[in-house]
Design a protein around this ligand. Structure first.
Ligand code: MLT
Length: 244
């Protein structure tokens, strides 16, 4: 079995994902926001590459049970119902709704993984739930790819650290799991920060950009290990909670 970590999705080719379970990570903030939305009762989250596509879809679906959400350069999009701060996705706002989400990196990463056997959205907030699912996949002989969204095609510390935590949990006590150098490096980053996830996020470039833009409170939410026991899976163009 293989357990690999890739950084950035723009170079991904179909052979990278075929037959694999792919876990997409965008800790700051899309994968955290998706987990929060589903854990708080959203019916589904539908990722879009652009705000225009999301708006067009909202017109087709009608606005009654639909929320437009996302960011451009971290900021809420004018005319949208919600930004990309996980704290905005409360049960009062999202329960029973379909969230149409467009973000700079995270939405694109989920879409780029299409063609995989299964696609799951991973973060710190749903770590135990998703790592149990990935471990089961590896134990049953399925290769796993952890896809770090990164930021504008670049490596990010927060996604790498989170990926490392998954790598270490999946590998624990299992023999014969081959890893690439990306997975080894991520495991070292996670080992270095240990339980100090908040510090890892604060040290990251995107974490610092979010703090400067006034979204510092989001970092604490994104660092909340196991806040939500939810496994978001992408299939048929939408992300839903596994088992619903
Ligand atoms: C993204 O998808 O690029 C991020 O979620 C950006 C952000 O922090 O809003």
């Amino acid at each position: 079995m293989r357990l690999d970590v890739y950084f950035g999705y723009q170079q991904l080719i179909p052979a990278d994902v075929a037959g694999r379970v792919v876990a997409v990570i965008d800790v700051l903030r899309a994968s955290t926001t998706i987990a929060a939305a589903l854990a708080n009762g959203a019916r589904a989250v539908v990722p879009f590459l652009t705000s225009d596509e999301a708006v067009a879809q909202s017109k087709q679906l009608g606005r009654a049970d639909v929320l437009l959400a996302g960011e451009q350069k971290m900021l809420p999009i004018p005319g949208f119902d919600l930004g990309n701060s996980p704290g905005e996705f409360s049960p009062e706002k999202v329960a029973g709704k379909t969230v149409l989400l467009t973000t700079t990196n995270g939405s694109g990463a989920v879409l780029a993984a299409q063609g995989a056997r299964d696609i799951v959205v991973a973060s710190y907030v749903n770590f135990s739930a998703v790592s149990a699912m990935l471990r089961t996949a590896v134990r049953s002989g399925t290769d796993v790819l952890i896809l770090c969204s990164g930021h504008e095609r670049r490596f990010t510390l927060e996604d790498a650290g989170c990926a490392g935590r998954y790598v270490r949990a999946i590998q624990k006590g299992l023999n014969g799991v081959a890893t690439n150098d990306g997975a080894t490096a991520c495991a070292l980053i996670d080992r270095k920060y240990g339980e100090n996830i908040a510090k890892l996020l604060q040290n990251s470039q995107h974490g610092q950009a979010l703090i400067s833009a006034g979204f510092g409170d989001d970092l604490a939410l994104c660092a909340g290990l196991d806040s939500f026991a939810v496994v978001p899976v992408y299939s048929d163009r939408q992300i839903v909670t596994l088992g619903t």
